[in-house]
Design a protein around this ligand. Structure first.
Ligand SMILES: NC(=O)c1ccc[n+]([C@@H]2O[C@H](COP(=O)([O-])OP(=O)(O)OC[C@H]3O[C@@H](n4cnc5c(N)ncnc54)[C@H](O)[C@@H]3O)[C@@H](O)[C@H]2O)c1
Length: 439
């Protein structure tokens, strides 16, 4: 299918404003990284939009442009940042406290980062329990708070001179909630906002404010946010793209690399034990069992969907899957994730795989933030609205249309992403059939 005539993509003229609830380890590493790349101090390693190529046409044609030269993405020099946080530190101070980047690099970025002051946050200690801070909006109904956020968005648009905006949640993980009656229709949700319904979380108030303002929204954390039915409907109605949730970085990234490989060779799995230690603020919040429950849900769902025990009961019916996260302050952001995988092969003979991933959480997450904001902006300029399933590649718990199971296999996700870009530009989709080479 070709869409050359159909999809018109508006040019990426002017500045793109990135609005971020949560100015912690991930978002400061992202903003500092963009400023460093802009100044030629470092390379955007890990970013598909900046580094990856895309093959077009037949293998014999030799056409493999960089993605950023193929689709019209915002240029890094045109990105401007705004954020909210419960702490009053500016972005430079918050980056220093997060302890991810070296002081020598941060020193060179002092000017652009110190100018990013967090706006006052919409916060609710019932949803994030282990931290508290002074930089909060004055009390009022949840609707008042949504309106204050919409005013922040308007003010930022004006003061930054941005022609387009994107919002991405990089705030703490909220406690586990399922969608309730209040999350079904706009009428009920707005009524809930006015009556301070306890089921409405701060991240949903940010998402509501973004969508009402026509701003695309992504959720980098695992809790319920724009994936509530009412907000998915609102996004479609307002012609706004959304995606989420929970950045696929360390251990789950490894899981979605390895599990499809085992399945492709029809090797069985009897157990998968995953444990992590991390000592940053995220680890502290996740030490609360109800916040951990949000994370556990997204981390556990991955294996079942990839292995498909219903289709392969002899291989995956009895997988014992356990995920743990322990808060261990000495490690800071340098998380260690261990996996023990018990597998079995020919005639049922058992084997083991051990993975010890000494990673850096925010170094893995920052390029995902960059790609997501650039692609969401592209999606909006291309007239795409609602859930952007082609961005599943970036998430542990990809959002889908209701009733559709998410695709977790990272290689299928990448093919889907690249085919969506080809489709947007009217290029042939690549099926990898390849019979034509042998005619
Ligand atoms: N780093 C990764 O690899 C990774 C992977 C997947 C998901 N995540 C998620 O991304 C989020 C950010 O991670 P992080 O390491 O930067 O955490 P962090 O604790 O360093 O930063 C989160 C920030 O959000 C702020 N915050 C909390 N509630 C807020 C609110 N209502 N409004 C505004 N600010 C608020 C906190 O004060 C904190 O500064 C977490 O939810 C984490 O679970 C991170």
């Amino acid at each position: 299918m070709s869409s050359k005539e159909n999809v018109k993509i508006a040019p990426a003229d002017g500045k793109l404003g990135i609005l971020i609830p949560g100015m912690g380890a991930v978002s400061t590493t992202f903003m500092a990284g963009v400023e460093a790349v802009k100044r030629g101090l470092a390379q955007p390693i890990g970013s598909v939009t900046q580094l990856a190529t895309i093959r077009l046409g037949k293998r014999t044609e030799g056409r493999s442009p960089k993605i950023k030269d193929f689709v019209p993405l915002a240029d890094l020099k045109d990105l401007v940042f705004g954020a909210w946080d419960i702490y009053g530190d500016n972005c430079w101070e918050a980056a220093e406290k997060a302890g991810v980047l070296e002081k020598s690099l941060l020193e060179q970025l002092r000017q652009p980062l110190s100018s990013i002051q967090p706006m006052k946050a919409v916060f609710d200690p019932d949803f994030v329990r282990r931290i508290s801070g002074p930089n909060l909006k004055e009390k009022g109904s949840k609707m008042d708070q949504a309106e204050m956020l919409m005013e922040d968005i308007r003010n930022f648009r004006e003061s930054s001179g941005a022609s387009r905006l994107v919002m991405i949640w990089c705030g703490s993980t909220e406690v586990f909630h399922k969608p309730s009656a209040i999350h079904q229709t706009l009428k009920d949700f707005e009524c809930g906002l006015m009556k301070n319904d306890p089921e409405i979380s701060p991240s949903q108030i940010y998402a509501f404010a973004a969508l009402k303002s026509g701003v695309p929204y992504a959720n980098g954390a695992p809790h319920l946010s724009a994936d509530a039915p009412v907000l998915m409907d609102l996004a479609r109605e307002r012609q706004v793209p959304i995606c989420g949730k929970d950045f696929k970085t360390g251990q789950t990234f490894m899981k979605t690399l390895i599990a499809p490989g085992l399945k492709s060779r029809m090797l069985g799995v009897s157990g998968w034990f995953s444990t992590n230690i991390l000592g940053n603020r995220d680890g502290k919040v996740l030490d609360d069992p109800d916040s951990f429950k949000s994370k556990e849900e997204t981390k556990l769902s991955v294996l079942e969907q990839i292995l498909q025990p219903d289709l392969y009961p002899e291989l995956y019916k009895n997988v014992y899957h356990k995920v743990r996260i322990d808060y261990y302050p000495p490690r800071g952001d340098a998380k260690e994730g261990w996996d023990n995988i018990d597998i079995f092969g020919w005639l049922g003979y058992p084997m083991q795989i051990k993975i010890d991933f000494l990673c850096r959480d925010s170094i893995l997450a920052a390029p995902l933030v960059l790609d997501l904001v650039l692609f969401l902006d592209l999606a909006q300029r291309a007239g795409l609205r609602g859930v952007q399933e082609w961005l599943s590649f970036y998430f542990k718990a990809p959002m889908t249309a209701p009733g559709l199971y998410p695709e977790h296999d990272i290689f299928i996700q990448l093919m889907k992403l690249k085919n969506t870009l080809r489709w947007l530009r009217g290029e042939d989709l690549i099926t990898h059939l390849g019979l034509e080479y042998y005619d």
